[in-house]
Design a protein around this ligand. Sequence first.
Ligand SMILES: Nc1nc2c(ncn2[C@@H]2O[C@H](COP(=O)(O)OP(=O)(O)OP(=O)(O)O)[C@@H](O)[C@H]2O)c(=O)[nH]1
Ligand SMILES: [Mg+2]
Length: 330
Amino acid sequence: MNFSIKELTEGIKSSDKRLLAKAITLVESKKPEHRILAEQLLKEILPFTGKSIRIGITGTPGAGKSTFIENFGRLAISKGKKVAVLAIDPSSSLSKGSILGDKTRMEELAKEENAFIRPSPSSGFLGGVANTTFETMLICEAAGYDFILIETVGVGQSEVLVSDITDVFLFLKIIGGGDELQGIKRGIMEMVDLIFINKVDEENLNKAKNTKVELMRALHFMHSKEKDWKVPVLLGSALNNQGLDEVFAQIEALISLKIKNKSFAKNRENQAEKRFDYWVQEYILQKTKAEKDLQNSYGFHKKNASELKSNPSSEAKVFVEKLFKNNPKN
Ligand SMILES: Nc1nc2c(ncn2[C@@H]2O[C@H](COP(=O)(O)OP(=O)(O)OP(=O)(O)O)[C@@H](O)[C@H]2O)c(=O)[nH]1
Ligand SMILES: [Mg+2]
């Protein structure tokens, strides 16, 4: 690394995009020596974090998430906000990332002085990806970004990961034929704070309204995530800048309500606890792998698991019990 922690800290605080990118690369690194530096850096910037609104954006491939972020981001900038865009892509380690393609779709936003766009990490297992995205978000906050927009890519677990690190979860829906709700996992409906039906124009306005009715009916049976919050279903077009102002207003309304309900801070505390648990597991594993005396035992049990001599979970349990027994303090 060619930069000192002091230089990186100063760079972040002055919102220097080049140093911001370097700092993010550092927290994304899996190398233990980089991790030590990353911890130092995070300690320095922590007092300057926490002030942004963290927004997750999900939706089926092609729903218009990137287009939405581009134009919503520009709208937020026009209202005096600084906007950072991150993407979480659990599949990118296999596909080598589809995000660079997305970046070009955010051309206009990328030109803005007050925007920062960061592609997702290209490696790491699921929990790890969410974790580096969380730390990247802290770095962006310390750099003074007011809105952090996180695009989920693909389907599956990425929604859960993003909702685990955000304050607001937005679902972009497109009008489909037939049964509108088919293909929407119940899990997603339970996570959303706001639904935006995208690609609505004059020709499909009626269909969009039907979709809205069906969504609202489905939402009616859902357990409400936030007290006194009825998930709004909005209609618009990300491409033509229609309905984005309303999204902005609803996000502000939700944040105010969460602050009033005291759930805003509580939610973030819960999220930090999850991050803590993640790191407990990660560091135990790292330390185990680094300790010479443990390597044989670790290798032995891992091999048993890989050969399916016993259930991997049982094998891990035996190993962890050994670990704690060997500790003279226990
Ligand atoms: N007509 C119309 N097209 C739109 C609208 N929003 C997005 N699109 C188009 O839909 C296509 C997909 O948009 P993206 O923003 O790339 O969608 P995405 O959800 O980010 O896609 P992935 O990241 O690949 O999952 C592009 O060709 C957009 O121009 C809209 O409001 N109206
Ligand atoms: Mg996209």
